[in-house]
Design a protein around this ligand. Structure first.
Ligand SMILES: [Zn+2]
Length: 265
């Protein structure tokens, strides 16, 4: 006959007393059922579904933009300097255009979301930053056609340092791969640049707020400040943002006009 030993030297964990406890007593359960109260309400489910739909829409939008961007890579690289020097082009969201990650470290976040007092602020990898990353030898490969291809995805291991990367050529549009480069160099270069983008946005907000305070103080000193307004009303952003589609069209128009002018001569 088998004998069952019960070890009761360790107390049974008191789940119900824990602050993060989602379990309830049977009595509570019956009362809740009677009151027709669900732990997760129908409204909560609807909100979850809507958020899921938005995520899906965003993913398919990014897929379309990804294709457009790489189809126009030659045009974009031809205007590299102009893009970096024009704020509305330089600040275009580029987070979905490059993918990286590795064992142990997981996928590299090229978009960061911050919660400030319940307001979500997204800081994404900027187009000018991606172009700068592609300026480094680590993110370039010589293509068979003779042009320089740029790396758009990489993976590897921080322990062995080995990596695998794929690059796209702006000239022949062919994808090639490379496998003998340091994973750490890919990863650290990306991290450094994403960090710089976050710093750029944060410093911009600080500068704009300082300006708002100055403007408000000036108005108060001049006796113009209204008791109805506050410093917050003096805060302004950078103005209208430019999307990738608009930038590509503007660059194409510019090249078309330049060509027309050249033909006229
Ligand atoms: Zn090529």
């Amino acid at each position: 006959m088998a004998t069952i030993y019960i070890n009761d030297t360790k107390p049974f964990p008191n789940f119900l007393a824990k602050s993060d406890n989602k379990r309830e007593t049977f009595a509570n359960y019956c009362n809740r059922q009677k009151a027709k109260l669900k732990l997760i309400s129908d409204q909560m489910e609807l909100e979850k579904k809507d958020q899921e739909n938005l995520r899906e829409l965003r993913a398919s939008r990014n897929k379309r933009k990804y294709s457009l961007f790489y189809e126009s890579l030659d045009l974009i690289l031809r205007h590299r300097d102009e893009i970096c020097a024009t704020a509305r082009y330089a600040n275009i969201d580029a987070h979905y255009l490059i993918r990286g990650g590795g064992l142990y470290v997981g996928p590299l976040a090229t978009a960061r979301q911050f919660n400030f007092s319940g307001t979500l602020v997204n800081i994404n990898l900027k187009l000018s930053t991606l172009l700068e990353i592609w300026n480094s030898e680590q993110f370039q490969i010589k293509c068979k056609c003779g042009d320089t291809a740029v790396i758009r995805s990489f993976s590897g291991s921080p322990l062995s340092g080995s990596s695998r990367a794929t690059a796209i050529c702006p000239n022949c549009k062919k994808e090639s791969s490379i496998g003998n480069r340091s994973f750490g160099k890919y990863y650290s270069l990306m991290l450094k640049n994403i960090g710089n983008d976050i710093e750029k946005v944060a410093k911009n907000i600080i500068a704009k707020w300082s300006l708002a305070e100055l403007t408000y103080d000036k108005k108060v000193n001049e006796g113009n400040a209204s008791k109805w307004s506050g410093i917050g009303y003096e805060l302004y952003g950078d103005g209208e943002i430019c999307d990738l589609e608009t930038m590509i069209n503007e660059l194409k128009m510019k090249e078309f006009e330049a060509q027309s002018r050249a033909e006229e001569k």
